[in-house]
Design a protein around this ligand. Structure first.
Ligand code: NAD
Length: 361
């Protein structure tokens, strides 16, 4: 069977890591016809749009996409293309496994956590009001009429919507994932003690959903600040974590840190019909075009993609080859060497070559 899969090279280090992942996936023998489409700066330069309609159309048609990271300027400028892709395609679940690889230097061993992050709402919904604009002033006046708490007139405002619908959907996803992947516990992480009508709703709905899985999967509740500390002190106590969007973003970077850094942390954005696979890391502009960064996160995202396609045997072979190369520690990028300036480190593309040569046919 031939799969047609959309591929977005992305910005910065994106094209290098995506190319490495593509070559490794092809080397498994799974027959893939890649449909390359653009998003980000390169799409803006070529088509005058950061997220051309034809890119979205390609992903809608092929239903599966391998995506490189895309740059978003901090604070000002355009909105995140990454967030736009998730919203446009209703990729409501962000799945980020954090699993230790032997050979990756980290303060922790045997980490095996899965982050399920709600992807469609919360403070990332993109409902924002800029300081000083007429609409913002109107909104502040209205809120000050309705609420006992007053907002200063020179404020900017980001809205945090959390709905029953999206919460049910993501918590069900987390429990289904736990069942299908033989995990034992789901922990819901919120700040429900402070934000009673948003995080409080997330928690209340999670409790309702958890009842359906009673006796099958353990359910537990945690506050996000405490969870940040617990994950640093006792990460092995946890299994699957389900969180609203913002906490999910932050906690998944923390978990990437537990397993040795962003260079090894994969991810997927999943909807009911469509799946986009991408590393947790961003476009790391300072390394762009240097053939230097670690392709592991992107290759591991490709392994998740193969499993999604039910190509489990190919996925297992590629994972074994990746693990073998990392464990051996010879043909690996600078971040996997004992010292960052180790002159024996290889480039992105050479690490991919080493993985391909280890692949059992
Ligand atoms: P980043 O993840 O791009 O890089 C931070 C640092 O992590 C790098 O300087 C590097 O030291 C390390 N790192 C990242 N990827 C690595 C790899 N593959 N191998 C080895 N080391 C690696 O984060 P940032 O600098 O905060 O963000 C850069 C840009 O990427 C921003 O515009 C941001 O918005 C964007 N971003 C995009 C996505 C996405 O496309 N999904 C995700 C996160 C950030």
């Amino acid at each position: 069977m031939t799969y047609t899969i959309s591929v977005i090279p992305g910005d910065g280090i994106g094209p290098e890591v995506v190319e490495a992942a593509r070559r490794c996936i092809e080397a498994t023998g799974v027959d893939i016809c890649w449909e390359e489409v653009l998003a980000g700066q390169i799409a803006l330069d070529k088509f005058g749009s950061l997220l051309p309609e034809e890119t979205l159309a390609s992903i809608r048609k092929n239903k599966v996409c391998l995506k490189g990271p895309i740059t978003t300027p901090v604070g000002s400028g355009f909105r995140s293309v990454n967030v736009a892709i998730r919203q446009e395609l209703d990729l409501y679940a962000c799945l980020r496994p954090a699993k230790s690889y032997i050979g990756v230097r980290s303060h922790y061993q045997n980490i095996d956590l899965v982050i399920v992050r709600e992807n469609s709402e919360d403070l990332y919904a993109g409902v924002e009001f800029k300081e000083g604009e007429p609409d913002t002033e109107r909104l502040i006046k209205e809120i000050n009429k309705l609420s006992k708490k007053k907002i200063r007139s020179d404020s900017g405002i980001s809205i945090k919507p959390i709905s029953r619908f999206a919460t049910e959907r993501i918590v069900n996803f987390a429990f289904r994932y736990a069942l299908e992947n033989k995990r034992h516990k789901v922990t819901v992480v919120t700040k429900a003690n402070i934000m009673k009508f948003t995080d409080g709703l997330f928690l209340a709905v999670a409790r309702e959903v958890a009842k359906k899985y009673d006796g099958k999967i353990e359910f537990e509740e945690a506050l996000v600040d405490n969870m940040a500390m617990q994950l640093v002190q006792k990460p092995n106590q946890y299994d699957v974590l389900v969180l609203p969007n913002l906490y999910g973003d932050i906690i998944s970077d923390l978990c990437a840190g537990l397993i040795g850094g962003l260079g090894v942390a994969p991810g997927a954005n999943l909807g009911d019909q469509i799946a986009v696979f991408e590393a947790v890391h961003g476009s790391a502009p300072k390394y762009a075009g240097k053939n230097k960064v670690n392709p592991t996160a992107m290759i591991a995202s490709g392994i998740m993609m193969l499993r999604y396609l039910k190509e489990n045997e190919a996925a297992n072979r590629l994972e074994e080859a990746l693990q073998a190369v990392i464990k051996e520690g010879i043909f690996v990028t600078y971040d996997l060497k004992p010292h960052r300036d180790d002159t024996t480190a290889v480039g992105t593309s050479q690490m991919a070559d080493a993985i391909i040569s280890r692949l059992k046919k």
